[in-house]
Design a protein around this ligand. Structure first.
Ligand code: HPA
Length: 279
């Protein structure tokens, strides 16, 4: 059994035989086919899933954009909801922050629940003068300082982490139709929120250029912490994925959004994501 087969087997076995302590199943046998971290029944989650990091945002999206909403998980207070958008079944699953956390949810969504279209809706830190606070950005590509690509390909290949072109094209068309401006480009997906990449003598600085300067000169627009896992997992599992962000803070200008500002620009991103995912 290779590693991939083992991971599939592990998710399936856990789903069928382990007692899952969550709000739905605590103290009783889980329903047939469930998973460790989500714990929903198969069929409760749609093939189309929006992925915010923040559980409260997942709740807000479900309450404000979907109808016939059903909450299928609250394990660890990482909420998941299924509802209807313009007649199509759509789920909203919070992922928590960072590559390890989103990877767990991606694995279970795809292997246990059959998710096929995944759109991350998150925030990012702008790090390029081409991008401004509250802008909506679509990640065409995701570069990363994480070891996940190396764990997959060793030193042999620096695999390109790309958005699904079909979803990307649809999202750009939707944004044009809704007259909502979007930027499209490459992002850096980092494992360290509090890194020293703006320090000239920092981790990858050379005493003359900061690491972020080098990234900027290579066209990187923003920093966030989950898209690389999304694009790598989607490529490995042959499902469609896209990451859309709202710029919530800016590394160059040191500006950041208030909670209310974040919410209103966040809504533009959700509209684009929902209109894209139902096509
Ligand atoms: N860095 C990393 N991830 C982020 C940021 C940031 O500044 N803002 C939102 N997500």
């Amino acid at each position: 059994m290779n590693r991939r087969e083992f991971l599939k087997f592990a998710a399936f076995t856990a789903a069928n035989f382990i007692l899952i302590p969550n709000s739905h199943t605590f103290g009783k046998e889980p329903d047939s086919m469930s998973s460790i971290h989500i714990g929903a029944k198969v069929g409760e989650i749609a093939e189309r899933v929006l992925l915010p990091g923040d559980p409260v945002r997942a709740k807000n999206i479900a309450e404000n954009f979907l109808t016939n909403v059903h909450q299928y998980t609250a394990i660890r207070n990482i909420f998941g909801f299924t509802g209807t958008y313009k007649g199509e079944k759509v789920s909203v699953q919070a992922t928590g922050m960072g590559i390890p956390s989103i990877s767990i949810y991606l694995h279970e969504l795809i292997h246990v629940y059959g998710a096929k279209k995944l759109i991350r809706v998150g925030t990012c830190g702008g790090m390029n003068e081409k991008l401004h606070l509250r802008d909506v950005l679509i990640a065409q590509g995701s570069s990363t300082d994480s070891s996940i690509v190396k764990q997959t390909f060793g030193d042999a290949v620096n695999f390109s982490l790309l958005a699904d072109f079909d979803l990307l094209r649809k999202a750009v068309n939707v944004a044009e139709r809704l007259k909502l401006p979007v930027k499209v480009g490459n992002v850096i997906c980092t494992d360290l929120f509090y890194n020293d990449y703006d320090d000239i003598n920092g981790t990858f600085g050379d005493g003359k250029n900061t690491f972020n300067d080098k990234l900027r000169r290579h066209g990187i627009l923003a920093v966030e912490m989950e898209s690389a896992a999304l694009y790598l997992t989607a490529a490995a599992e042959n499902v469609q994925a896209l990451a859309i962000f709202t710029v919530s803070d800016h590394l160059l200008t040191k500006e950041f959004c208030t909670a209310e500002e974040r919410q209103s620009s966040f809504n533009d991103m959700i509209k684009i994501a929902l209109e894209t995912i139902i096509q």
